[in-house]
Design a protein around this ligand. Structure first.
Ligand code: PRP
Ligand code: URA
Length: 216
């Protein structure tokens, strides 16, 4: 079970040793993009199990080859929304566990000076009120991108929203608590602080560059 953070009622931090073990390789500067991408997806897949625990569900009848019984099914249409680019590098880990989920794409890039998010893509289903929505982005730094992404999904009707990230900064979690207090944030780690360039410390560097082998 992820633990609710004592300072932030919106934050669940995964202290599971397998997730922490993988996160340590992800942080390591010597880890190349192939291993980085695989690890990030594995962590995302492991997180899904708990992130979906509170999904609405209903009893259904099912016929086994031998007799009728009752089972359980998640209610509504699930939508996962990676925030490009880096969120894409986590979303296949989530889709593998939940292949029934729709994928809505949100393109945001941070302006390097102002650190404000700039929107360049919005490909979201129009009926996000039809079920739970999971936002995915490995980095929650100032929280500007995550907060903007929540607003974008809300404009498409989303009501039941959760956010998965790998590493969160206290500043970003506080911003989410202020802007969207009902959206739970699930993270593998709450790091110390943001530096003056808006990077999370100790962090893992630039997630997009490390996932895709670029150097912006
Ligand atoms: C990174 C990251 C988040 C954002 C976090 O994306 O993936 O989307 O920064 O920062 P914030 O909390 O201060 O908004 P970036 O803008 O570097 O784009 P990229 O994913 O395309 O590399
Ligand atoms: N985006 C990243 O990729 N890394 C950070 O540390 C902060 C924002």
């Amino acid at each position: 079970m992820p633990r609710l953070h004592p300072d932030f009622p919106n934050l669940h931090v995964f202290d599971h040793p397998l997730i922490q073990h993988k996160l340590t390789y992800v942080r390591d500067r010597e880890t190349g993009f192939r291993a980085f991408r695989a690890l990030v997806n594995q962590i995302a897949g492991l997180m899904v199990f708990e992130v979906t625990r509170t999904f609405p569900h209903e009893r259904v009848d099912v016929e086994t080859p031998l007799e009728g019984t009752t089972g359980m099914r998640i209610r509504g249409k699930i939508t996962i929304c990676p925030i490009l680019r880096a969120g894409l590098g986590m979303s296949s880990g989530v889709s593998e566990i939940m292949p029934e989920a729709r994928v809505g794409h949100i393109g945001l890039v941070r302006d390097e000076e102002s650190l404000e998010p700039i929107e360049y893509l919005n490909r979201l289903p129009s009926d996000l009120d039809a079920g739970p929505v999971i936002l995915i982005d490995p980095m929650l730094a100032t929280g500007g991108s995550a907060s903007a992404a929540v607003s974008m999904t809300r404009r498409r009707g989303a009501k039941d929203i959760r956010m998965i990230c790998l590493v969160a900064a206290p500043e970003g979690v506080a911003r989410m608590l202020n802007d969207h207090p009902t959206v739970p944030v699930y993270a593998a780690a709450l790091d110390r602080e943001l530096d003056d360039r808006g990077y999370i410390r100790p962090g893992l560097g630039d997630a997009g560059d490390r996932l895709f082998g670029t150097d912006s």
